[in-house]
Design a protein. Structure first.
Length: 289
């Protein structure tokens, strides 16, 4: 999975400007690495050198994990699906995935909901969606032991590996398992730029902000069997885990639900079969007018 790590986000987590992430594209020989360092203004070379050392330590850690036989895990369920208003129905599972719609957008822009990118109920054959989760062996996050720096390095690298597993898994889904883009031929950088058809919104993303959705995904994907445990707030353990939806619609895109109003909270709670107060802690709800 190391080939699918987006090193820009790794360096961002350590407070480095994204330009230092280019070290991951540099050939490992001494001459190429020196040329990379010389490409920075004199005042930035010390910081660039720190980024290089951090990258080397991360690569060494990946080698340690590989020798120890540690792994990442990916699970996906492809299901027939139809949209019903702001919900996605999974007929084969008898499940309703309730979603949220934007309420505040620039004039002339549509208020989007992820259900908009799934074929509506009663309009032909059901569409399809993917439900996914990824995680890492727990030992990865604890690899540093009592060494605070090594432990932080392990945690941030494990986070990137979980995301890399989702990237590689999504590629497999598009080309083979779902197969709606069998001829896709993108570079890793193009994958990071999301040049592919469809989107992969994860729980906690701005378009899928309700972390309590993880409780529903846990049933559908058997989080226990995957090695994922949920806290009472729906957070996943190991922390280096991701979950969400895969949507194939060519016009699907990311967006931010943003702040929702009390009226939408009441509607969402009704659809979820829960009390507004039970859901309020998971959502960004605006004050009543």
């Amino acid at each position: 999975m190391a080939g699918y790590i987006n090193w820009l986000y790794f360096f961002h987590a350590w407070g480095f400007p994204v330009r230092y992430g280019s070290i991951a594209r540099v050939h490992g020989c001494v001459a190429c690495r020196q040329n990379w360092l010389q490409g920075f203004p004199g005042g930035e070379r010390v910081r660039a050198g720190e980024a290089m050392r951090l990258y080397d330590e991360a690569r060494n850690l990946l080698d340690e994990w590989d020798r120890a036989g540690l792994q990442t895990r990916f699970r996906v369920a492809l299901r027939p699906a139809v949209s019903d208003g702001d919900d996605i129905l999974l007929p084969d599972d008898g499940e309703r995935i309730c979603l949220l719609r934007q309420q505040h957008v620039p004039q002339g822009e549509p208020c989007l909901c992820l259900a908009d990118f799934v074929r509506p109920i009663g309009q032909g054959e059901p569409d399809r969606i993917g439900l996914f989760a990824t995680t890492v062996d727990r030992e990865m996050e604890q690899w540093g032991g009592e060494d605070e720096y090594r432990r932080l390095l392990s945690q941030t690298l494990a986070d990137r590996l979980a995301e890399a597993t989702a990237e590689a898994g999504h590629l497999l889904v598009r080309r083979r398992l779902w197969g709606y883009a069998p001829d896709e031929d993108l570079t890793v950088d193009e994958l990071f730029a999301e040049r592919y058809q469809g989107r992969r919104p994860a729980v906690g993303y701005p378009s899928l902000p309700d972390q309590s959705l993880n409780f529903q995904l846990a049933r559908l994907l058997d989080f226990d069997g995957l090695g994922i445990r949920l806290t009472e707030n729906g957070a996943m353990q190991p922390h280096a885990s991701t979950s969400g939806l895969m949507i194939s619609h060519p016009q699907a895109r990311h967006f931010s639900v943003g702040t929702i109003g009390e009226d939408q909270l009441q509607d969402y709670a009704r659809r979820r079969g829960a009390s507004p107060d039970a859901l309020r802690r998971f959502l960004q709800v605006g004050s009543p007018a």
